[in-house]
Design a binder for this molecule. Structure first.
Ligand code: IPM
Ligand code: MN
Length: 331
């Protein structure tokens, strides 16, 4: 039976790169049935819809959601991010944001291979806080970080389960326990307690500022990195930068409990400056679609897609997509 995939091409380069990702998925022979959803900044400008509860409920009926990119410079910051992307992550309980990084960092001679497990439903992203006396000299703004034991633990547990499936069996917790003593303590205790259930997994801890140095200077030390929502957001851009660029960075927003569909999207944004020019690199979208197939249980097809995404001696969105699809179909 064909997998039912909800496709949100979105804004800017989103639709172009998503089309290539679907082309490559089809080249694997895995059967998919797609339904397109017109969502994003352009849709919001057209009729005000961001992500209604009715649309969200429709999305719940799919096996997975493939998203290109959302964001339009004409829409004020926060509207689409909070109303669409974060709403999907929160409402569909996509509590793990899995972002793999394979590449050779500048100045290094061999490739690294690590994956960041970013908590995806809590932290400073929940919108806790507020503003007082706005626009006055005495204005006050607070933005709290929400960390629940259950939310933190399930994410850490996912990281350890993943480490068990990988060669090195190593997990690093990244936080800022020397300053964020309340949330850091919760993370640290949850991490240590889960770790005690996985005696085969080696563990490490890095403060987030030190992790930034290691990502650049010593990325080989990492296997699985687990961290909170905001640290994970920042670290994964850095991860992309040291792994061949953000044009290759893929991500899976996962509901590991499988109470609904998971969502797969490249880490990059809608890049309106190059939209429609046919020059965007579709590799991140293709690799995100590979993560989708892997999560659906199509491991062999996913691995073929990943293998086909190596050196591509060509440029242009469609040419790159064609070349990768051809390689997939041949192998
Ligand atoms: C990402 C993005 C989003 C985030 C934005 C667009 C809300 O930067 O997926 O990393 O901060 O999570
Ligand atoms: Mn980000």
């Amino acid at each position: 039976m064909a997998y039912r995939i909800a496709v949100v091409g979105g804004d800017g380069i989103g639709p172009e790169v998503t089309a290539e990702a679907l082309k490559v998925v089809r080249a694997t022979g895995v059967e998919i049935e797609t339904v397109e959803f017109d969502l994003g900044g352009a849709r919001f400008l057209a009729d005000g819809e961001i992500l209604s509860d009715a649309t969200l409920n429709e999305l719940r009926g799919f096996d997975a959601i493939l998203l290109g990119a959302v964001g339009d410079p004409r829409v004020p910051p926060g509207v689409i991010e909070r109303g669409l992307l974060l709403k999907m992550r929160f409402e569909l309980d996509l509590y793990v944001n899995r972002r793999p990084f394979v590449g050779t960092a500048p100045g290094h001679s061999r490739p690294h291979d690590f994956v960041v497990i970013r908590e995806n439903t809590e932290g400073p992203y929940v919108g806790e806080g507020g503003v007082l006396r706005k626009g006055t000299p005495n204005e006050v703004a607070t933005q709290g970080s929400v960390n629940t034991r259950i939310g933190v633990e399930r994410c850490i547990r996912y990281a350890f389960d993943l480490a068990m499936q990988r060669e090195r069996h190593h997990v690093t917790l990244v936080h800022k326990t020397n300053v964020l003593t309340f949330s850091g303590d919760l993370w640290e205790r949850a991490f240590n307690e889960v770790a005690s259930e996985y005696p085969q997994v080696e563990t490490a801890y890095n403060h987030v500022d030190a992790a930034c140095i290691y990502f650049v200077q010593d990325p080989h030390r990492y296997d699985v990195v687990v961290t909170d929502n905001l640290f994970g957001d920042i670290l994964t851009d850095l991860g992309g930068a040291v792994s061949g660029g953000i044009g290759l960075a893929s991500s899976a927003n996962l509901n590991p409990a499988r109470t609904g569909p998971s969502m797969f999207e490249p880490v990059h944004g809608s890049a309106p400056d190059i939209a429609g020019k046919g020059i965007a690199n579709p590799t991140a979208a293709i690799l995100s679609a590979a993560l989708m197939l892997e999560f659906l249980g199509e491991d062999a097809a996913a691995r073929r897609m990943q293998a086909a995404c190596g050196e591509v001696p060509t440029e242009g969105t469609i040419a790159i997509g064609d070349m990768i699809a051809e390689r997939v179909a041949r192998n």
